[in-house]
Write a protein that binds this ligand. Structure first.
Ligand code: DGL
Length: 275
């Protein structure tokens, strides 16, 4: 089990921001990354649908031998059934909340995320429970912008300005509550100035994964650098292109038919969420 890969999934390239952080912290681990680009975006689809996608994705990763599954997507993290897999499954919300809470000095904590994540109230309730006042803004255009490889274009500046327009003056920390947004981190930080801490959950999540591996005695005992295998449900070339635009990522890439994903769950119905 210790030499098995860590399974990671997102609706597209966003989760690569989490994968990168994990690679840095856990260089000897192997990873399987599932980019469900055929069903992108997750952020504006009904919760039940995303819950189903998350179960299929987790079942696929489990069938590939994953020893632990990381839901590198906020939208899916807010609605996944974490007991659907028989291996540990971790999301990105809690680590992001802890990081933002630590970064705030008592001012308002802002959250930028997809419609689905904001509507779930997952960040708001956790932050409020920690005594923070919260400003939440859904940004339905940002993930598609990143997915199209436009993060460095002027369109990104315009949308960032648009979504941050109504932010409160006393906001002192801002969570990037979608794993696609760290790609826009420097543009967002430049727009906000240096009195506001911009927080993403990538490194916080990587730390949680490292602790989980340690506590479950699941860490790789290899002493050579791990590998990455990417499975892409949509167009492989455009995934490769966008991955390069946002800083590149190594590993082998292969296409995965959506039917193969549902095939896995047909053979393992117990992995589907109970309705
Ligand atoms: N990267 C995903 C997230 O963290 C969402 C992007 C999308 O599919 O809408 O929420």
């Amino acid at each position: 089990m210790r030499s098995s890969p860590i399974g990671v999934f997102d609706s597209g390239v966003g989760g690569l921001t989490v994968l990168r952080a994990m690679r840095e912290l856990l260089p000897f681990e192997d990873f399987i990354y599932l980019a469900d680009t055929a069903r992108f975006p997750y952020g504006r689809k009904p919760r039940e649908m995303i819950r189903h996608f998350a179960a299929e994705n987790a079942a696929f990763l489990e069938s590939m031998g994953a020893k632990l599954i990381v839901i590198a997507c906020n939208t899916a993290s807010t609605c996944a059934d974490f007991s659907s897999a028989s291996v540990p499954m971790l999301g990105v919300i809690e680590p992001g909340v802890l990081a933002a809470s630590a970064a705030s000095n008592g001012g308002v904590v802002g959250v930028l995320a997809t419609r689905g994540t904001i509507a779930s109230g997952a960040y708001q309730s956790r932050l409020e429970a920690r005594g923070h006042e919260v400003w939440a803004q859904s940004c339905p255009m940002l993930a598609p912008l990143v997915e199209e490889g436009l993060a460095d274009e002027k369109e990104a500046q315009l949308l960032i300005e648009h979504y941050l327009q109504t932010r409160p003056k006393n906001m002192d920390a801002l969570i990037l509550g979608c794993t696609h947004y760290p790609v826009l981190k420097s543009a967002i930080a430049a727009h906000l100035g240096d009195t506001i801490q911009v927080v993403d959950s990538a490194f916080a999540t990587a730390n949680v994964v490292a602790r989980e591996l340690e506590s479950q005695n699941l860490g790789s005992s290899k002493q050579q650098f791990g590998t990455i295998q990417h499975f892409i449900t949509g167009d492989i070339q455009s995934y490769q292109h966008t991955a390069n635009v946002i800083g590149g990522v190594d590993g082998q890439m292969q296409h995965l038919e959506i039917d193969a994903l549902s095939g896995v769950t047909a053979n393992t119905p117990h992995l589907l969420p109970k309705v």
